[in-house]
Design a protein around this ligand. Structure first.
Ligand code: ATP
Ligand code: MG
Length: 486
């Protein structure tokens, strides 16, 4: 079975989840970059002020004081304690050197050490201050004993760690905010959908997802709910058909059992040697047994017939049927009983309903069943009317009887298999309740419909509508049944 699949719904771009996620991340990255740029610029500004010669000079003075108070000062420790933002180094006249952060560039150490071979003149000090590396003298008790300098840091060395640290922190915080604001709600909705799918999978057919929103998740939820509705509908239909199947098996067994029990009972009586039966009684027993066996045969025949018709088996031999012939055959079939019970079976045929396109055998079978019912329910001396007329694109055949009628609560069910009204159940040996089911199946196979109207105490009319070949109505062949009560 192939069905046109619905197109996925068109979602406005600004409502799409992908657009919201992309915009969210764009905002996050823009925010991180802005903060990074501001931090970087502030750091550069600060770095320039940190680098000032005044600061280095103050550091040299501080270092000098420390060395003055402790000639055996741990140079590395002392330099670190000054907490310089630059890679500061110190070279002492006695050969001690400290440069904790970066190695002293080649040549600088030699040039400073060689300066100490002569008294340090003002010219040397000026040269130090203006040089690229060496900065200020380390002075202990008025004597220049060393020099403090800086090895400039590269931009990456200077700002890299701070910028990277702040960037990482911003990214982590931003990702957290994004996950809470963007991914979080989506995740919880998908989880909800997952929960609904799991519950549906576990057999809870009423499980549905929340459809709020207009994005992809909402569309998915809607599609899921449509699927769940369809599943529930099918499960209900399956349940109903399963129930109907069980009911059918029970009904069939019961209906077969009744004549079979009767047959077995009579056969047992006949076979009892101790019971002496005269010929008349024996023949009576055999007659009852034969009748019950025939009933059983008819019942099984009807069941097979109905199964074949409903399963679409047995091709219809469609041809033009003369309505007069059809009605005459039915009347002839019941002539004997009608004469005995003084029942009139009359028919009228409109000129434009003189022929019908149908399977003559099947159609006669249907009219025959309806007429047999009418006859069964018509009191002696009554009149049954059969009519053929043209309807709206149809040929309408009606059988109207002046019987006791059908109560409104029974009327909707008379076309069901094995359905008998309670009064009919009293006449147990009369029918099996399959006649009208066969009528329904025959008419449905012709693409027509059958209905019943009835008034208690007045009578019943069964109406069979068959598509007239010119009209093309019921072309789909869809069966239609109805039952009405007046
Ligand atoms: N013309 C009618 N007047 C009153 N009741 C009717 C009439 N036709 C049908 N019914 C009721 O509808 C029930 C179903 O009819 P249906 O023809 O299917 O079964 P049946 O006549 O009992 O058995 P079967 O036709 O198999 O011999 C009947 O048992 C009867 O109670
Ligand atoms: Mg019947």
């Amino acid at each position: 079975m192939s069905r046109d699949l619905p197109h996925p719904p068109v979602i406005a771009w600004h409502r799409r989840l992908s657009a919201r996620v992309a915009l969210g991340y764009l905002a996050l990255i823009a925010g991180v970059l802005t903060v990074q740029a501001v931090v970087f610029l502030r750091l550069v500004e600060q770095g320039e002020s940190n680098n000032s010669p005044e600061l280095n000079q103050a550091m040299a003075a501080e270092f000098s004081r420390a060395l003055e108070s402790n000639p055996h000062l741990d140079l590395d420790q002392a330099l670190t304690r000054l907490d310089p933002s630059e890679a500061v180094f110190v070279i002492i006249k006695d050969g001690r050197v400290s440069s904790p952060r970066k190695p002293i560039p080649a040549g600088v150490l030699e040039s400073v050490m060689s300066s100490f071979e002569h008294p340090i003149t003002d010219a040397v000090l000026r040269a130090w201050v203006t040089s690229r590396y060496v900065g200020f003298p380390v002075v202990v008790r008025g004597e220049v004993v060393g020099a403090l300098g800086t090895v400039p840091l590269t931009t990456v060395e200077r700002y890299g760690p701070t910028v990277a640290g702040i960037g990482a922190a911003l990214l982590i915080a931003g990702a957290f905010v994004a996950s809470v604001l963007i991914v979080g709600p989506v995740r919880s909705r998908i989880q909800e959908l997952h929960g609904a799918a799991a519950r549906l999978g576990a057999g809870e057919l009423t499980a549905r997802a929340r459809e709020a929103g207009a994005d992809e998740v909402a569309e998915l939820a809607r599609a899921f709910n449509t699927m769940a509705d369809e599943l529930q509908r099918r499960a209900t239909a399956l349940h109903a058909s399963d129930r109907a199947r069980r009911q059918l098996i029970a009904d069939v067994s019961h209906e077969l059992m009744t004549p079979l029990t009767a047959i077995l009972g009579h056969l047992e009586t006949l076979s009892m040697t101790e019971v002496r039966l005269d010929d008349a009684k024996r023949l009576h027993q055999i007659a009852i047994t034969t009748r019950e066996a025939k009933r059983l045969e008819r019942l099984i025949g009807d069941l097979l017939e109905l199964a074949r018709l409903e399963a679409g088996g047995g091709e219809l031999a469609i041809q033009t049927v003369d309505t007069h012939d059809l009605f005459d055959q039915v009347v002839a079939h019941h002539e004997h009983e009608c004469r005995q019970r003084k029942v009139d079976l009359v028919h009228s045929i409109e000129s434009d309903a003189a022929t019908i396109t149908a399977d003559p055998f099947r159609l006669e079978q249907a009219i025959e069943n309806v007429t047999a019912n009418a006859l069964r329910h018509t009191p002696d001396g009554g009149t049954i009317r059969m009519r053929a007329e043209r309807g709206d694109g149809t040929i309408v055949l009606t059988v109207e009887d002046p019987g006791e009628g059908i109560a409104p609560e029974h009327l909707p069910h008379i076309f069901d298999r094995f359905y008998k009204t309670s009064s009919a159940k009293g006449m147990a040996s009369r029918g099996s309740g399959l006649g009208l089911s066969i009528v329904k199946a025959v008419v449905a196979r012709h693409g027509g419909r059958v209905s019943a109207t009835s008034t208690l105490g007045v009578g019943t009319t069964i109406r069979i509508e068959l598509p007239s070949p010119a009209s093309g109505r019921f072309a789909s062949g869809r069966p239609m049944y109805s039952a009405q009560t007046a």
